[in-house]
Design a protein around this ligand. Structure first.
Ligand code: FMN
Length: 197
């Protein structure tokens, strides 16, 4: 008898805990759809961003440089190429093309970029510093030729310690399923809401 009472109590405690956790996720996210912001010089990160927007129902927003990057600009073998010069200068802030974005409407913002020299391209700093991201949940994602995302996220956390960063994920060749599972684990509430639509 005692065993049964103990088991029932344990089950009740676990259910309450699960409930409280779900409530926490919900209040953290509110009811708003996420924003999926990305910079992509050659289209790979753009594809990952589209998949995230698809599975979350989020709004896509491309970070567009005022001056687009030419293939020469992207030549990492040339120390004088634009990307090399920018990445060698932590203070570089490439200008953004002026585009409308109502950032206040979003609580969760995915931020995507290609890994450049193991870091986020400086235009990501331009974007972060041009918008009020305080209090928002920021979820980095990236594509690369093989490098991980960890170094770039560490740099972003160090540069903007007051912002609320998640660890993020490298999405090289990620299938829709992989993205869906990642989002599900992070924010169980988003896909549930979409499933009801
Ligand atoms: C200037 C530059 C630097 C790069 N540095 C790295 C790097 O450090 N590690 C890596 O794995 N890939 C590196 N790459 C490859 C890109 O991260 C990769 O091709 C990425 O998927 C491109 O994304 P995009 O098509 O969205 O621009 C670099 C590419 C460029 C243009």
């Amino acid at each position: 008898m005692n065993k049964i009472i103990l088991t029932l109590t344990a089950v009740m405690i676990l259910s309450f805990a699960a409930c409280a956790q779900n409530k926490g996720e919900k209040s953290m996210l509110t009811e708003n759809k996420p924003l999926v912001v990305y910079f992509s010089a050659t289209g790979t990160t753009a594809k990952a961003a589209r998949t995230i927007a698809e599975v979350t129902g989020g709004t896509l927003y491309e970070i567009v440089p005022q001056q687009v990057y030419t293939p020469d600009d992207l030549d990492w073998n040339d120390r004088k190429s634009r990307s090399s010069v920018e990445m060698n200068n932590p203070q570089a802030r490439p200008a953004l093309k002026d585009m409308k974005l109502d950032i206040a409407a979003y609580d969760v913002i995915f931020i995507g970029y290609p890994i450049w020299w193991n870091q986020a391209p400086r235009i990501i700093n331009s974007f972060i510093e041009s918008h009020d991201l305080k209090g928002k949940t920021l979820v980095p994602f990236a594509t690369s030729g093989g490098s991980g995302i960890t170094g770039s996220v560490k740099d972003l956390k160090r540069a903007y310690p007051d912002l609320k960063w998640q660890d993020g994920k490298l999405l090289n060749g990620a299938s829709r399923n992989t993205v869906q599972n990642w989002v599900n684990n992070m924010f169980p509430y988003i896909p549930k809401k979409l499933a009801m639509n």
